[in-house]
Every structure is written in C-alpha cells, then in structure tokens.
Ligand binder design. Sequence first.
Ligand code: ADE
Ligand code: ZN
Length: 326
Amino acid sequence: AELEVPARILPVAELHLHIEGTLQPELIFALAERNGIALPYAGLDELRERYEFTDLQSFLDLYYANMAVLQTEQDFADMTRAYLERAAAAGVRHAEIMMDPQAHLSRGIPLSTCVNGVASVLATSQEEFGISTLLIAAFLRDLSEESALEVLDGLLAMNAPIAAIGLDSAEVGNPPSKFERLYAKAREAGLRLTAHAGEEGPASYIIEALDILGVERIDHGIRCMDDPDLVERLVDARIPLTVCPLSNVRLRAVDTLADHPLPAMLAAGLNVSVNSDDPAYFGGYVDDNFAQLGAVFELSDFDKARLAANSIHSSFASEERKAELL
Ligand code: ADE
Ligand code: ZN
C-alpha cells in the first residue's frame, strides 16, 4: 500500500488578528440569545448573506454592528477561547491578538470588561492550547487622537496586560500622522508599536507609519508595491509586513487571489507573513489562507517555510520563545 503522507501543518505565528473578527455567526446568535439582544437578521443564513463586501468600510459596518452581542467578560472570554481552539488546529503556536477597546467603550462596555475577558483566557493559552499569546490594543483611526490618548491612559492606569498598540479601522483620510502623540506616549510606556498601513491607503501612509509613528511592523502594507524606493527600504530594514491574502480579496483591495502581490513581495525579498485578519468574516483562518495561496500560486515548500519562519522572527515574542518555535 502507498504511504499516506498527511498534509503537513507548519507551526506559525499569527501577528495580524482582530479578536472581534473571530466572532463566528453561530456564536453571534448564541451570545445574542444569552444576552437578550435582538439581532436585525432572522437567522444564520440571513446574517451570512451580509458577508459580501465592496470595500473596507462595508465590512467595518457589519463588524462593529455584530459587536453588540459582546456584553460580559464571559462573552469576551468565550470568543477568545473559540479562536484559540481553531487557531491551534491551523498550526498557530504564537498569536498576537488585537482588540478594539474604543468599539466597546462607545457601546457602554467598560474597559475592564473587554480587557479582562480576553486576557483571562490568554493567561493560560500556552498550557491549554499550546499557543503563546500577547495582547495588542488597537486604536480606531477614524476617531480623534484625544480619544485614543484617553483610552491608552485608561489601559496604563489599570495596568492592562498589553504588549503593543496598533492602529486600525477606516484608513483613507486618517493618515498615521494623526496619531504622532499617541505613539510617542506608547513608546514611552515601553509598548511595542505596529499600525495598519497600505491596505486601502497609499504607500505614503507606510512611510508615515515608519517615520512619524516609529512602528516596528506594518499591518497589511501591500500598497508598498506601488513605490520601488519604499520596497527597497523595507527590504533593507527587514520591516515585517503582516499580509492577509483572503482579507484583501474579500475587501476588494485586490481583484482575485491570483492577483495578490504576495509572490511578488516574496520575490522582492520583503519580510512577509500570512495572517487571517478577521477570519470569521473573510472565509478562513491561517491554514485556509495557506491552502488557498498554495492552490493558486504553487508556492514551493521553501516559500511556505520562509513565510512561517518570517512570522516567528517578526513576532514580539521573547528570543527564548522564538527559538522554541523555529
Ligand atoms: N479592523 C478589523 N479588521 C480591519 C482591517 N482589515 N483593516 C482595518 N481595520 C480593521
Ligand atoms: Zn487588520
């Protein structure tokens, strides 16, 4: 009999993941029922019909609306647990998880509820799921810098277990330069720095994120390919780009997966990794992203191993943990 070779799952670090974007339709309905919240959809099928996006904003509208079901620490904990369980099956061994505190504060949910709910599960993720984790507080760039500064103050005052800050939500018209003071304050507090840039916004936003915010890592960054000088700079400085292929297709940042710049980015020598962004909304987790990329591009085992190694090198994990993962 022929030897059955099981599909090999590469150990990877997931560096670009919004925990609120892991809320699956089934869990949305379960939490709505538990909390007595009326959803504007009759059932799962009607909700799933809304997952056809035309751009980033059309997704953000649904993403923020669905957060209404997150009310208690238990809700945030259940969502986090469900992600870690699925991520472990996808080969994720380290995860850097973003959350959007302002999206909960604006609904009247205290900072302590969302932070403690997520953090309570992350505290034992390595023992329970084999996934080391850290938490990234992401700030909504379509709100004011004053709002972000106030929330960062609150997080620092409560000694929230955050390792880094990020910048997300509606990109175009909200350039990184708007958040110069926020990033200076976070750096002073000893936090690591990342920001979404060059998803829908121009390559110049990536340059701003590096020069004005001083970020160590760029989330998405695909639009760097419009600027050869920037590509050269990113290659030379080994700046990590946390790329999310299925997200880019579903939000129409690229036409089809076959048009995705990831192979060109690899070929250019950029430090790219593969991430799921909002897996419940974009049709797949990290393993699904790898599988669909592999189906379209015939990535070599060498390319896949490089993507996996890049994810680990690009993480904010300790050097000791990185060595374990490599
Ligand atoms: N919030 C959640 N997912 C996001 C994305 N892909 N871009 C910007 N903001 C987001
Ligand atoms: Zn994102």
